[in-house]
Design a protein around this ligand. Sequence first.
Ligand code: S3P
Length: 445
Amino acid sequence: MTAAQMTAQMRASRAGPLIGTVRAPGDKSISHRALILGALAHGVTEVEGLLEGDDVKATATAMAAFGAGVERLGAGRWRIEGRGAFVEPGDVIDCGNAGTGVRLIMGAAAGFELAATFTGDASLRGRPMNRVLKPLGEMGATWVCRAGGRLPLTLQGGSLNRIAYRLPEPSAQVKSAVLLAGLNTPGGVEVIEPEATRDHTERMLRAFGAGVEVSQEGSGRRILLPGGQTLAGTRVRVPGDPSSAAFPLVAALITAGSVVTVEGMLLNPLRIGLLDTLGEMGADLSVTNLREEGGETVADITARYSQLIGVDVPPERAPSMIDEYPILAVAAAFAQGPTVMRGIGEMRVKESDRIALMAAGLAACGVSVEEGPDSLTVMGASGRANHGVRGGARVTTHGDHRIAMSHLILGLAADEPVAVDQPGMIATSFPEFLALIRSLGGEVE
Ligand code: S3P
C-alpha cells in the first residue's frame, strides 16, 4: 500500500433504501485452495470465478514462484499448470496480508526438498505462525524465524513423517496446512478437530482425485489422508463468498425500506453461522434457487429491512462464522436489546485484534459495548428513547478489511456519516465493495 492509500479515508452516509441484485465476489478460502492444489497437481486446472483480491493474487504469484504455470485468461478465469511438485523459489515469497495464503503454502511446501522464505505486510508479520509450525515441526520440517514464530521465516522442507495431529484451536488454516503437507508424506496424516471447521480443503482434495476419509469424532471430525496420493488437474468453479455477501445483506437488514439479493452465495454448512444467527434475530432472509455447483451448495439470498432483536450467540457456532462477527456486531447495534457473542477469542489473532477494534469503533459511533477476553456484548440502540445509532466517527481499522467494511455498512444506516482509514485494504478480499454498495444506492465516497 502506498503512503497516499494509508492516509486516505472512505466515508459512508445515510441515503435512501438499498435496492438491487448483486453477485458476491468469489470465495476467498476456495480461491486460495484452487491455486495451491492446482499448482501441486499434475496437469491443467481451470478456475472460474476466482476472487481477484490482493490476498489471492499474492497466492497466485507464489504458486508461479514455486514452479507452476499461472495465467489469467479473463475476469476470474485462471489456468494453472501444475508440475506435481514445488521447486525452490528464487526469491522471497510475499503473502501480503493473507494468513490463509501463507499458512497453507507453508504446509504445501514443507514436504519438498527446498528452502523458502516467507514474509508479508506489517499485519501478517505480527500474526502467530507457531500454530502451523508446531505440527510441521513434528513432521520433520525446520525453520528460522523472528521471535514468537513471526515472519519473515525461512522454511526448510524435506521428507516428512506421519502424524496424527489434534488441533489445539479450531483452525481450518492449521488443518489445511497439515493435510497439504501430508500429500507428500509417505505415511499420510490424520487431523482431529474437536470442533468442525470449514472443510474446503477436504472437498477440493477429493475433486483433485485424492482419497480423504472424514468421520465424526464427538462434535468434531477426524480427517485421514492416506500417503502416496497424486493430484490431477481439474476444473474449479468458485462460489460467492458468504463472508463478503454478509456486508450487503446486513446493510439491507439495517437500512429502512431495503431489499437486496446476493446471487450465487456459498451455503456450505460450516460457513453459514451468520445466517442462522441473523435468522434468530428476526431477519427477513429468503433462500431461493438452491443448487449444487462444483461440490458445494449455492443459492440466492434476499435480505429485507427488518426490526432485529438481540440474541445470545452460542460459542460453538464461532468456527462457522468467525470472520462474520464484526458485521454481526454492526447488525446488533441496530437491534433491540443486547447481543452477546462468546467464545470468540480467535478474533483477536486475525488481521487485527477484531474484538478490540469493533469495541472501539462501535463505541466511537455511540454504541454501548462491553469487551471481555473472548467475548463482545453489543447493546442494541433500537427500541430505546433516542433509538438510532449516532455514527459520526473516523474509525481506526489497523488495515483490517473487515473492520473497514463493517463500519462503512454502519455508516449507511447511522444518523451521521462514518469514515474509516486505510480503505485500500478492502481490496484484499472485496475489490468491488465500493462499486457494489453504490450500485445498490448506498452513499460511499
Ligand atoms: C480460513 C480460515 C479461518 C478464517 C480465514 C480463512 C481458511 O481462519 O478466519 O479468513 O480459508 O481456512 P482460521 O483457520 O485461523 O480460523
